[in-house]
Design a protein around this ligand. Structure first.
Ligand code: IPD
Ligand code: CA
Ligand code: CA
Length: 265
């Protein structure tokens, strides 16, 4: 795909931050066995990746705004455009030496996501999309959501609430209704990749509550440009602000979303 100049800026930034994170990820393994553990090291890796992304993105587009998970918030001179960045999505995986984490970068224009990148450096998979131009992986692989239509053949991703999060009862009810009628549910620990995998047809659907804008901004566009649906769990909500999402391939979205929405009524 011939991407826009903005998309090229995003891809370059993701690769640069990816190199830094891969280097740090190798260190994590050594630190695991030490008494102090890799916790502080990982939060430094995370902050360093955000600094790289900020330098690259703001260096190329100094007038845009910036919202990053690790605390960078810049009001842009151009109030209509904003980068939304998670420098390390899947921190718990990274911390535990599991190679499933990503960098997520979205560009918002007038409240709408127009360009998106989710980069998984450990597997060298670069997912990206631009509004109206489709969703892609690496150089030239067009992404398409799955074509499955039988619920019993479908596999889903979700995020299980941790650390006392308030959504545990809701999530357990979802699982109780969904598991008997599908082929499985995974909890892989990186929301941006869960969405990218829906776009790639690997997962048939995904849902999660309590997310932040940087977890999902890029993934939402990638799913939509791959022909899938992403909606707020409670219809009519602003998805980025609300953080409760349900996504899926066209063939199963309705029955799947109904299962997730049932308890919301
Ligand atoms: C987390 C991951 C995880 C999701 C959490 C997020 P982080 O992001 O996306 O899959 O379940 O809600 O906070 O903290 O690793 O950037
Ligand atoms: Ca995240
Ligand atoms: Ca993060």
């Amino acid at each position: 795909m011939q991407g826009s100049a903005n998309l090229n800026v995003m891809l370059k930034a993701a690769r640069k931050a990816g190199r830094s994170l891969v280097k740090d990820f190798r260190e994590v393994e050594n630190l695991q066995v030490g008494t102090k553990g890799p916790g502080d090291f990982v939060s430094r890796a995370d902050t360093a990746a955000e600094a790289i992304l900020k330098d690259e993105l703001m260096g190329a587009r100094p007038n845009y705004g910036f919202l990053g998970e690790e605390g960078t918030q810049i009001e842009g001179k151009d109030p209509t455009r904003r980068w939304i960045v998670d420098p390390l999505d899947g921190t718990t995986n990274f911390l535990h030496g599991m190679p499933h984490w990503a960098i997520s970068i979205a560009l918002e224009h007038k409240g709408e996501i127009v360009s998106a990148v989710v980069f998984d450096p450990a597997k060298d998979e670069m997912f990206y999309a631009e509004k109206g131009a489709g969703a892609w992986m690496n150089d030239s692989q067009r992404l398409r959501v799955s074509g499955r239509t039988k619920m019993i053949e479908t596999v889903y991703a979700t995020g299980l609430p941790f650390g006392g999060a308030k959504y545990l009862p809701a999530c357990l009810q979802d699982l109780a209704r969904l598991l008997p009628v599908c082929a499985g549910v995974r909890r892989w620990g990186a929301a941006s990749l869960d969405l990218a995998y829906v776009a790639a047809g690997r997962f048939d659907g995904y849902w999660e509550r309590g997310l932040q804008p940087w977890d999902i901004a890029a993934g939402i566009l990638i799913v939509r440009e791959a022909g899938g649906f992403v909606e707020p769990i409670r219809e009519g909500q602003d998805m980025l602000a609300d953080g409760n999402v349900v996504a899926g391939a066209a063939g199963i979205f309705e029955p799947f979303a109904n299962i997730i929405r049932d308890r919301e009524a």
